[in-house]
Design a protein around this ligand. Structure first.
Ligand code: DC
Length: 222
């Protein structure tokens, strides 16, 4: 008689990575996705794409029906990271993000993406989008360190065209405001899931942060 199928069908492996703006979660998510050969979705891009399309269409960022319609027309396979990376779009994204019906529409699309196994990063992946994810990371860094990283990125991209100190202060203020919006909203605020592993990258370079993330995920997988 053929051996009874003893091996249960393996559950698709999902890695949930959350954290505040500029914590380094995106870089870690991309590298983990490559290592574990999983598709990756940066869910921040979904909110950014909605915000950008709304601004282009001249819609107010609190127009919920327009935001939902924009979200339903989104193609998750066509999110252009370079185009959406601009700081102002990130700020606008944190203003559309509190709209509950918009979140509902995007969360549904994000869950569908995760069905076969995936790495997702954002603010509410471990708590709301994929609460059953096998590996959950909450990546943080001090607000000054996160502002410094964004400042370096902006200066590399645009050259030193602005007074560096003034630019740093602007970015620092903006990140503080975004933190307050992301953590303070009623629907799915940014917070670590009870079973998330905390990873503070304030004093870690990317290689050291990745080594720790890999260790956490490898343990969860075995
Ligand atoms: O990660 P990011 O900077 O690209 O995200 C932009 C904004 O999108 C962020 O300020 C809040 C929102 N966001 C969210 O509410 N939930 C997510 N899962 C991802 C992003």
């Amino acid at each position: 008689m053929a051996a009874a199928s003893s091996s249960a069908v393996e559950k698709p492996f999902v890695i949930a990575i959350d954290g505040p703006a500029a914590s380094g979660k995106g870089t870690l998510a991309r590298r983990l996705a490559a290592t574990f050969n999983l598709p990756h979705l940066d869910t921040g891009l979904t909110y950014r794409a909605v915000a950008k399309a709304m601004m282009e269409a001249g819609k107010a960022l609190d127009d919920e029906p327009a935001a939902v319609a924009t979200a339903l027309a989104l193609d998750l396979g066509k999110l252009d990271r370079t185009e959406l990376a601009v700081h102002e779009i990130g700020s606008a994204a944190s203003k559309v993000a509190p709209l509950p019906k918009l979140r509902q529409a995007l969360v549904e699309a994000q869950r569908a993406f995760a069905l076969g196994g995936a790495v997702l990063d954002g603010r509410d992946i471990g708590t709301v989008v994929c609460p059953d994810a096998q590996a959950k990371l909450f990546v943080t860094a001090s607000v000054e360190e996160r502002a410094r990283r964004r400042w370096n990125e902006e200066r590399l991209r645009d050259g030193a065209t602005e007074d560096g100190d003034a630019l740093f202060e602007t970015i620092l203020d903006d990140i503080k405001r975004r933190d307050a919006r992301d953590m303070g909203r009623a629907d799915s605020p940014l917070r670590p899931a009870a079973d998330a592993h905390l990873l503070d990258t304030s004093d870690l370079d990317i290689e050291a942060a990745y080594a720790q993330a890999l260790d956490i995920v490898s343990r969860a997988r075995s």
